[in-house]
Design a protein around this ligand. Structure first.
Ligand code: TRP
Length: 335
């Protein structure tokens, strides 16, 4: 029997190359070998976007199209919408008793996010909501509702997984051995750097190339990418290892081309403008099949809805089954 894998992603924007080479690659790799539940975490997105429901709603569909375009196969993966599985909300309430407020406040992922919010909004944390503080509890419900055995995550999510395991252990020790302690599967690539040379590509950093970027956008972005600051003139020798243009060539161009680019750059036989133009070509070439696939779903929105409906139906069946076991164990089934 295939093991069950569960992961989630917040619908707050389009996917970029960081997602493609990070989580996206891991998910494509595992989709044949696992019973895979992929959650569009709209409830979690609402924890810090509750005042912008239209954004979350729109991005549920944007994200689904991106996932399909990057190669998630809906015949293999149950892609489902978190809010449409009421059992997750129900489990969250019961799990809330099994975790202390101070433990949530000490969760490193939550702590970092609260610090970022303080920096962004300049407040003293007074505006941190109960829902936001509690989202790790809801994430534990996401995982356990489907008896997820394996959870593919980035390393920033490990504290949330640990929190989930603690809740599972606590639950099982009080109510009996019902829930499964999930194991992590770390995404198989380190982060993709941004166009500006930042270690991380991210929406808030404004340094990302999105899967939906059209050739004009690609051109503007690549032209602005950071190159070796010591290279002043076109024929100065330079160090490709500090150049973001070469970094992206390595991601999307062929090995043969890249060897040539690297040696020409080192010898001062290659100007940055020409090199950027080549990257624009290679990037568009790389994105073309992804965008063609996406276009199909843009033109057939009913198909996207059907995929989500089917994935959500499958997921719901599993969650209902878990809920029955949980209620029985907690002596709240009254039958
Ligand atoms: N917290 C994850 C993120 O921000 C998304 C997520 C929601 C998730 N539910 C999950 C990840 C369950 C793993 C398992 O990226």
């Amino acid at each position: 029997m295939k093991k069950t894998i569960l992961t989630g992603i917040r619908p707050t924007g389009n996917l970029h190359l960081g997602h493609y080479f990070g989580a996206g690659r891991t998910w494509r790799d595992v989709q044949d070998d696992y019973n895979f539940y992929l959650e569009i975490a709209d409830v979690q997105a609402l924890t810090d976007n509750f005042n912008d429901p239209a954004k979350v709603n729109k991005n549920v569909f944007e994200l689904t199209k991106d996932l399909l375009a990057l190669g998630i196969d809906p015949d293999k993966v149950h892609i489902f919408i978190q809010s449409q599985i009421p059992e997750i909300a129900e489990l969250t309430v019961y799990y809330s008793n099994l975790v202390t407020v101070s433990r949530l406040q000490r969760n490193p992922t939550v702590k970092t996010e609260i610090a970022q919010k303080k920096e962004l909004f300049g407040n003293d944390g007074e505006s941190i909501t109960y829902g936001f503080l509690g989202y790790p509890v809801s994430q534990a419900a996401d995982i356990t509702a489907f008896m997820g055995e394996v959870v593919p995550v980035g390393d920033d999510q490990l504290p949330l997984l640990e929190q989930c395991r603690e809740i599972v252990r606590k639950f099982n020790s009080i109510y009996g051995d019902i829930l499964i302690e999930p194991q992590q599967l770390l995404s198989n690539t380190s982060r993709v750097k941004g166009l500006d040379g930042n270690e991380k590509m991210g929406k808030s950093l404004g340094n990302a190339i999105y899967l939906v970027d059209d050739p004009d956008t690609i051109k503007t972005k690549v032209m602005g990418a950071v190159t070796d600051p010591n290279k002043i003139r076109k024929d100065d020798p330079a160090n490709p290892d500090v150049c973001m243009v070469y970094y992206y060539h390595k991601l999307v161009n062929s090995e043969d081309n890249n060897e040539k680019i690297c040696s020409e750059c080192k010898k001062g036989e290659r100007g940055c403008v020409a090199c950027k133009k080549e990257l624009i070509e290679a990037m568009n070439e790389f994105l073309r099949p992804i965008q063609e696939k996406r276009k199909y779903y843009e033109e057939n929105p009913d198909e996207v809805k059907k995929i989500l409906e089917k994935g959500t139906k499958d997921a719901r069946e599993k969650a209902i089954d878990t809920m029955k076991k949980v209620k029985k164990a907690m002596m709240i089934d009254y039958s």
